[in-house]
Design a protein around this ligand. Structure first.
Ligand code: SAM
Length: 232
């Protein structure tokens, strides 16, 4: 059975799309998308041999070899230009997701939608989208097995008004998420707050000149943003 996290990712794949799932591991997501009739054709990309073999095995077991191509390679290198119309990248850090998109810009020609699920660092993904004329069109947050996940959905286009106010905060919290204020979202940032406060306390215990420490300053700024923007 597919995790709720990947099931939610799948709901944002446009029907009829040619899907490229990058960092596919067991290829659960492309298998599900094809079985559900969301995608007629999919590519599962993996850079590591073990997961690549798992993906091949899964596709074989589900008898989807005609519809799903499993390819070994780094990021979007596994794609031919204008092949995929939807790209999913899930279960990695935001820095890695942004790097994969940045290094594979030439493979995005036919892509109309990106569905990205960073485990951490979603602000890096939002930043990349903003700088590369991908409009964030929706966001979702969910909790599964005690972990909190964000899903970012983007389409080609100029960044729209969600960034107009509180631009910096919107990158950090997510323009849609901060408006929706879902209970999981509030929980996430309360946990972050406690985490940041703990780090600051530890810094202060260790260091004499804590006030001039730039990392500390950054955390203080973020705490202030939490209070100003989210009221946490
Ligand atoms: N996408 C699946 C999910 O969400 O459940 C698997 C997530 S798994 C934690 C991350 C996978 O991404 C690993 O299998 C890893 O080998 C793969 N990966 C990491 N960097 C990659 C890259 N540059 N190109 C392709 N795959 C990559």
């Amino acid at each position: 059975k597919l995790s709720m996290r990947l099931e939610r990712v799948a709901t944002y794949i446009p029907k009829g799309s040619v899907l490229a799932d990058i960092g596919s591991d067991h290829a659960y997501l492309p298998c599900y998308a094809v079985q559900k009739g969301i995608s007629a054709k999919a590519i599962a990309g993996e850079v590591v041999e073990g997961p690549f073999q798992s993906a091949k095995k899964q596709v074989k077991q589900t008898e989807l070899e005609d519809q799903i191509d499993v390819r070994l390679g780094n990021g979007l290198d596994v794609l031919v230009s204008d092949e995929a119309t939807c790209i999913t990248i899930a279960g990695m850090g935001g820095i890695l997701i942004s790097a994969i998109l940045e290094n594979g810009k030439d493979k995005l020609g036919a892509v109309t939608r990106l569905v990205l699920q960073p485990n951490v660092g979603s602000n890096m993904v939002r930043q990349w989208l903003l700088e590369n004329d991908w409009e964030l069109v929706n966001e979702e947050i969910l909790e599964e097995d005690g972990k909190i996940y964000e899903i970012l959905i983007a389409e080609r286009g100029l960044p729209a008004k969600p960034y107009a106010n509180h631009a910096e905060s919107a990158l950090l919290f997510g323009p849609f998420l901060m408006e929706e204020r879902h209970e999981v979202f509030l929980k996430k940032w309360k946990l972050e707050k406690e985490h940041w406060q703990r780090i600051i306390r530890e810094m202060d215990e260790k260091s004499q000149n804590a006030a001039t420490n730039s990392k500390r300053q950054e955390l203080m700024n973020q705490l202030q943003k939490l209070e100003e923007v989210l009221g946490i």
